[in-house]
Design a protein around this ligand. Structure first.
Ligand code: NAP
Ligand code: 1JT
Length: 254
């Protein structure tokens, strides 16, 4: 379904990363990929994973560095030519902000969560959009219910996800005329590096699995399926949307 298309996937840290499941699923449909790694610390891990997907290229990207964002787009132009798909699967907040009261969020904790988790989508979309023009391209980001409703402990990340969700709508309006679609996948809780060590996540997942309409939790492959849909022409009429891949949990009002 994605033969001859190219994709830039941002947010692979290890084999449990949602971005890694998405990369595998896009590659399985024929997409040629560029994967990014944040600093040399993660280069080996990302290359070891990516080398199982023939044709993959690698580039360093810390989204807090404008020069690296521009550099990533330049590298993609050089290596892949144009770009059909951008997957944004990154978020960051200081551990001490993911607990206690949102009321106690520090100025710096608020700034860094917004910068890495929300502003980075706009920065990447701006850098990559010239490579995406006239190709029915697709931008996909990952969000969480904590941006729409109060989820205990999610705190400053919830406010960052609310900004991310709104950014999807404004970017969809800006980039629609160039044929570029922008959508988010709202995933249910999944045990990944980011989610590990988050207090209360185990209980939250247990409750979700029992109460969600599908009576189960979701995994990385569930999310990857929706990403293939959003990357493919099957979703050509969809933009500015948040698709919930959460076993239906978000529809509950009790
Ligand atoms: P993950 O494997 O830890 O992925 C998070 C990624 O963000 C890592 O690759 C991390 O890179 C990257 N990152 C953080 N700061 C960065 C920066 N300054 N520059 C570049 N990359 C940076 O966890 P994940 O669960 O797959 O998270 C992916 C996305 O899914 C996030 O947006 C998250 O909010 C969202 N999501 C997750 C869940 C869940 O329950 N797991 C649910 C809904 C939505 P390094 O590790 O190299 O720092
Ligand atoms: C980050 C972290 C972003 C954990 C994340 C995330 N997006 C989803 N999760 C999982 C999660 C986290 C909490 C939660 C429910 C789900 C941690 C590092 C920073 C970025 O609370 C109930 C806290």
């Amino acid at each position: 379904m994605l033969q001859g298309k190219t994709g830039l996937v941002v947010g692979v840290a290890n084999k449990r990363s949602i971005a890694w499941a998405i990369a595998r699923a896009l590659h399985a449909q024929g997409m040629r990929l560029a994967l990014t790694y944040q600093g040399e610390r993660f280069e080996g891990e990302v290359r070891a994973l990516g080398d199982t997907l023939p044709g993959t290229t690698y580039l360093p990207l810390d989204v807090q560095d404008d020069a690296q964002v521009r550099g990533a787009a330049d590298t993609v132009r050089g290596v892949l030519g144009g770009l059909d798909c951008l997957v944004h699967s990154i978020a960051f907040a200081k551990r001490e902000e993911l607990g206690g009261r949102f009321l106690d969020t520090s100025r710096d904790g608020y700034r860094v969560a917004q910068e890495v988790s929300a502003y980075s989508l706009t920065a990447l979309a701006r850098a990559c959009s010239p490579l995406m023009e006239g190709r029915e391209a697709s931008i996909i980001t990952l969000t969480y219910l904590g941006g729409e409703r109060v989820v205990p402990n999610y705190n400053v990340m919830g406010v960052a996800k609310a900004a991310l969700d709104a950014s999807v709508r404004y970017l969809a309006a800006d980039l629609g005329p160039q044929g570029i679609r922008v959508n988010a996948i709202s995933a249910g809780p999944i045990r990944t590096l980011s989610a590990s060590g988050v207090s209360g996540l185990r209980d939250l997942m247990e409750v979700m699995g029992e109460r969600a309409p599908l009576r189960r939790n979701v995994d990385q492959e569930d999310v990857a399926g929706a990403a293939v849909f959003l990357a493919s022409p099957l979703s050509r009429g969809v933009t500015g949307e948040v698709i919930h891949v959460d076993a239906g949990y978000h529809v509950l009002g009790f």
